[in-house]
Write a protein of this length. Sequence first.
Length: 268
Amino acid sequence: MAKLLYEIKDGIAWTRFNRPEILNALDSDELGAFVRALQDAADDSEVKAIVISSVGDSFCAGEDLKNALREYPLLQTGEMHPILDIVEDITEGLQAIPRIIRMARKVVIASVRGLAVGGGFEIAIDSDLIVAAESARFGFPEGNAGMTITGAATKLLPLSIGLHRARELALTGEFIDAAEAYRIGLVNRLVPTGEEDAEAERLARRIMTRAPFSVVNHKRLLQNAAEIGFEATLELEKQTITNMIYTEDYGEAITAFGEKRTPTFKGR
């Protein structure tokens, strides 16, 4: 049975990995529960932001390799199928995460302390923003496990830190600490350990004060910019601004400016 924790508090959906005794490693049950919770939060109109956090000293150590120890002999005997029993179970779950975050009409923030490695690193990379405690460490141990990375990390990580640095992390399997992750632009905020959730909430609530259509369209524009040409990007920006002019929130922003007050956005 999955131990993942999920709660909605004042407009923020909190998902917390909750297997601290094994560094919050994921098996198929935990991964499935996380994907469902993430989708529920993305679909819930009462949720304005999502924070991915954890219980204990680590964020997430990726796949629980004890499962692999049990599964490998069954693969050799044919009792388990590599596609039906493993790829569709774990890999497709990890790949569902960036799809959900990409489509979510709200910000998704990873609050990371301790180890964020393997699948845990992928989940952090998938998030819109990363807040890291000083204790955070990031890396891909897949090379030592005879495996490769997934979760769209091979696309998103080079966009974040550059191709050559992404290659170094993937090929060497070396871990980097929070200070280095902040220096190379992987994480957005670096805070003392124990303050990461509070900083993630502060960042989420700051974004929640912005016009919802501005948030979702900025996400979309920045995502598409990496995939379409220069002129297409300019055209998409122009189309988006045209659409924004017709929203109630735009009128509220202009009116509030004239009345010298804080705007009250309704997402319309």
